[in-house]
Every structure is written in C-alpha cells, then in structure tokens.
Design a protein around this ligand. Sequence first.
Ligand code: MG
Length: 400
Amino acid sequence: MKNLAILGSTGSIGRNALAVVAQHPEEFAVLGLGAGKNVRLLAEQISRFRPARVSVQDADSAAALAQLLPDQNGLEILVGTEGAMALATDPQNHLVVSAMVGAVGLQPTLAALEHGIPVALANKETLVMAGPLVMAAARRQGITIIPIDSEHSAIFQSLQGHRPQDIRRLWLTASGGPFLHHSREQLTTVTPAQALNHPNWSMGPKITVDSATMMNKGLEVIEASMLFQLPPEQIAVHIHPQSIIHSLVEYIDGSVIAQLGIPDMRVPIAYALAYPRRLPLDLPPLDLFQVGQLTFEPPDLERFPSLGLAFAAARTGGTAPAVLNAANEVAVAAFLAEKLPFLGICQIIAQTLKAHQAQALTSLDQVLRVDRWAREFAHNLISPPSGADALICTPEVRRE
Ligand code: MG
C-alpha cells in the first residue's frame, strides 16, 4: 500500500490521479489532498477517499469546506502554502503527486524532496523556475523524480534500460494546439474561447492557452533539460497533431525509441504512481489501424515565437526561465480576462525577459524574488492594454 499526498487534487491531473487510485484501491491510500478554492469537489473527494488532512488556498475556502462537511471525523483542514507544505512533508507519505497549477507548486514540491519524499511531478513550473535547486535536492536524497507530463513520461519510459551518455537527442512531441495552421494574421484576433478548445488533450485553462501559444512546449523543453540533465541543444521539438507518439529518444547509434498510446493522462499518471510497475487501466486500446497515419512537421517559430523565447531562456539558464514563466503566467491570465490579445502574450514575455539581468540560481529566496519582480514588471506592461499591432517578439535575453 502506497501512501499518497495529492497536491492539486481538484485540477485535471489531480482528478485523473484519483481516478487511477479509485481503480486500484488495494494499491494506494490517500493521506492528504491539497486544493485551491474548489471546495465542493474537494468535499466529494474527501468523502470518497477519506484523507487525514486536506489543505485549501485561503481561510474563506477552509470555512466553506467545513460547512460542506457535516461529519469531519477528525479531518484536519490546513490553509495556504504552509498547508500544502505540511501535506507534502508528512513523514508517512510514500509519494507526493505534485499537480498544483503554476508557481505555487514550487515550495511544497521542493519541501517534499528535501524531506526525502519521492515526487511524481506534473507541476512543470517547479523545474522551470528552480530546476538546479530541485534537481540538487533530489540528488542529495537519492530520489528519482518521476515525471507525469506525458512527453517527459514518454522519454522517461524510453530511457529505461539505456545509458544517459548514449542519448543523442530528445524529441518532444507537440500537438500544435488549436491554431496549428492559423496564419499570423488570424492569430491576431483569436479569443480565449477559441484558445481553450484543444483538439486532443483535455487540460486546465492555463496549460491549454500555453498549448495554443506553444509556450507549453517551451516550458517542457526547460523541464526536460533539467529532468534529464541535457543542454537545450540536445532537445528538439516536432509537431505531431495526432498525439499518439508522446515523445522519443534518439540514441547515438541512430536508434529512436518512442512511447505510444492514446492521449489520456491516466497512462503517465498510473506509470508515475506505480513505477517501476505498470497497472492495468480501464482505457480503450490504441487502435493503429483506426489512426491510420502519423504525421510530423517542424514547429514554425515565426507564428509561435513563445517557443523561441523559451529556448533562449533555457540557453541563458539561471534566473531567466523563472522570469519567462512568471511573465507568461501574468500574460496568460490577462489574455483569459480579455485584457491582452493572443499575440500580446509573447510580447509581454519578451519585454520582461529583455529587462531582466539573468543571474546564476543560488536559493529559493532568490527565485521567489525574481518571480515577484517579473510578475510586477509584466503586470505594468499590460496596463494599459497593448494593441495587437506592432508586436515584436524577439528572443533577447541578457546575462551578467
Ligand atoms: Mg505535456
């Protein structure tokens, strides 16, 4: 029986993780559930999975949750980052599922690793913002971080039984998102509703917009570079609209090993939860005859400049990826609130990166400071809202 703390339990990854747990009650016990403000769903999860402790975003949410639970049975309700940290560092945990959305996932995930607790990682911001610190903490404790992100899970699976020094290149799969064949002209007028209509994967709003700008792939390049300890030059991106091949590893002898499957997050989640075992899942099999054709194309950095910005930040390293991530979060939120045009997202990120003097990464405090600065800077750029014309998006990053 594996004891789990699931941070981000009401989000897309959290719900799917609990679906895997529900299918294998003999394998897992849920000790802690961390959520934001969706207390109604959290209350349902509590009555079904009976955790000892839960955490929510703020005191109002805690009060609302308590009202929904007539019979609390000694359940502890914790609040905020401290609450999530307490869940993550419970010494009874065998595995922490890190599936919070955005920068808030960093501290609890790092804390779990520093306490020697293995992590199944869906929150890519943890590695994007503070990859060197997080990987060092994992190394010190002898922990292998198991990725949940489907591409990184595919690479992780394709690396089993192989030597890291035999890798020539990692190939990250991108679906291309809903605007794959939109012209730059068409991209100037796309709406949040259109961006949220992803063709293959069902995900939360932030990551779905990231997928539409291809920043999601950019963040994944940085994530892969940290997780597999390879320079960005050894990471390539290809567009594969069918989302059947989830990513590939190219070896020095020219062999390419890939992981394929239907696009359903329960597959990489179950693999991360049960690693190194595999669990049977209630999913339709991959029907290659029905799929028929698998196609591939290179990404167009002219139409999707966010990907180029992410590669530039990855090459610069240090604090640059944290700035990229923070500016992106602010810009995506502004786009979803209809305060910024779609192509404005990349402009905000480019300008914030340009104003930042990247430094080597030395502490969590420094990361959080840089994150705060970038958010404020990006915020000030957005108000007043910038127009859709004269959008220049060049990957300029400075380093001391
Ligand atoms: Mg992914």
